[in-house]
Write a protein that binds this ligand. Structure first.
Ligand SMILES: Cc1cc2nc3c(=O)[nH]c(=O)nc-3n(C[C@H](O)[C@H](O)[C@H](O)COP(=O)(O)OP(=O)(O)OC[C@H]3O[C@@H](n4cnc5c(N)ncnc54)[C@H](O)[C@@H]3O)c2cc1C
Ligand code: SF4
Ligand code: SF4
Ligand code: SF4
Length: 363
């Protein structure tokens, strides 16, 4: 895996984990993650709570083939033509607890962020944050994988308002939790020197106490990827260990996006900037792709892979047996990238796919 380059797509919490991997290469080893495409994300839903809610309406989760958030409703598709909707307000009772303390709407730590808010139907809003992201987008446009136009001022305003609302509301929840003995470590700003002291002796049991048991775990699988002993497993939608941690190892704690993040990344300022730092913002569409919105996320991954900018990509497809369940895949197959288009509104341990990829290579 050392020399391979990977593009990854994911929610803002996935991007934080990817950024931590870049930050701690001295401990976690070189990361293959080269291009990070982040999604906008207001919340994610718990599979089991949603299952119970749908039962109340007389539906079975296993019959749902697709899900869309539109105009304050969560739409469930039974077939392409048959669908029903639940008010988003009610669906939010199924929101994962970790999402209530999430301060990032627009994937502030990615190279390019993509979402629907701010753009008209069938288009995606795109925030370019790094030079690498800018080059990818410009090349993809030049080679006609996507078309772009400026984002309307009114769209930008809506986007900024929504991102600020998330920060404001979730800050209240963070403060509430911090005062009731449920620490939200990733939002405590501590200098580098203190950070090293704080995490030095933290092992999986600490990760369980500080993150999983207090409702902060985003189920990203970064702990599983970081574990050199391969003893972290995801079972019952939770990370668990099957074995004993050797003395001195703290890598899962270091990699987790919901333990401490040393000062500097992100900066305290990030809480005040609704969309974080960026170079450019626009609206785009990939006319040849049927995606959730403009198909831009899929088009960019497709372009990066076909132009050999990366060797493989991590995408999130539907599980074949349970279409509502997301399944992460590490792939170099363009057909698999195209088939993963569309949003799956449930948490997905995307970093597990990188571990599975490493294991395959070693076998
Ligand atoms: C949980 C969640 C909540 C979201 N909430 C909002 C929101 O509130 N407002 C908003 O504007 N946009 C939101 N989005 C983003 C939006 O749904 C679209 O993904 C985005 O606009 C890109 O559209 P597209 O047509 O360019 O993507 P597509 O071309 O359809 O590609 C979508 C990509 O997303 C990846 N993906 C799908 N589900 C997941 C998942 N669960 N985890 C990680 N990656 C995944 C797939 O691998 C695929 O590559 C959310 C996305 C997710 C996953
Ligand atoms: S914690 Fe929840 S709201 Fe935040 S990025 Fe992750 S899935 Fe989205
Ligand atoms: S061996 Fe290290 S990385 Fe693995 S669970 Fe234990 S402390 Fe975490
Ligand atoms: S405990 Fe593991 S799965 Fe949960 S957020 Fe941390 S790294 Fe991700």
């Amino acid at each position: 895996m050392e020399n391979k380059k990977t593009a990854i797509i994911g929610t803002p919490c996935h991007m934080t984990a990817a950024a931590k991997m870049d930050m701690f290469t001295d401990y976690l080893g070189e990361s293959s993650l080269d291009i990070k495409i982040g999604l906008f994300c207001m919340e994610n839903f718990s599979y089991s709570y949603m299952k119970q809610l749908l039962e109340k309406y007389g539906y079975d989760m296993k019959d749902i083939i697709e899900c869309r958030v539109e105009k304050n409703y969560l739409w469930f598709y039974l077939t392409e033509e048959r669908m029903f909707k639940i008010p988003l307000k009610e669906a939010r009772s199924c929101m994962r607890k970790n999402c209530q303390i999430c301060m990032d709407f627009s994937s502030e730590q990615s190279d390019i962020s993509v979402g629907s808010v701010g753009s008209s139907e069938g288009w995606s809003t795109v925030i370019i944050r790094t030079e690498k992201g800018l080059k990818l987008l410009e090349d993809a446009e030049k080679d006609e994988y996507i078309i772009t136009k400026p984002l309307e001022e009114s769209g930008l305003k809506i986007l900024e308002r929504l991102a600020s609302k998330k920060k404001k509301e979730n800050k209240v929840e963070i403060t509430k939790r911090e005062h009731s003995g449920r620490p939200v470590l990733y939002r405590r700003y501590i200098p580098q020197e203190i950070f090293q002291d704080e995490v030095r002796e933290c092992q999986f049991e600490d990760l369980k106490c500080d993150v999983v048991d207090v409702g902060s775990c985003v189920l990203c699988g970064a702990c599983l990827l970081a574990c050199p002993e391969d003893i972290v497993k995801i079972e019952d939608r939770k990370p668990q260990i099957k074995g004993k941690c050797p003395e001195g190892c703290n890598l899962c704690y270091m990699a987790c996006p919901r333990t401490y993040i040393p000062e500097g990344e992100p900066t305290k300022d990030a809480d005040k900037k609704p969309l974080g730092d960026y170079l450019k913002i626009l609206t785009a569409q990939a006319p040849m792709i049927k995606g959730q919105d403009g198909g831009v996320a899929t088009a960019l991954l497709n372009y990066a892979l076909s132009q050999k900018m990366v060797d493989e990509v991590v995408v999130v497809d539907k599980s074949k047996e349970h279409p509502w369940k997301p399944e992460a895949k590490l792939t170099n197959n363009l057909a698999e990238v195209l088939s993963a288009a569309g949003t799956k509104y449930s948490a997905c341990p995307i970093f597990k796919s990188l571990k599975d990829g490493q294991s395959k290579e070693e076998a």
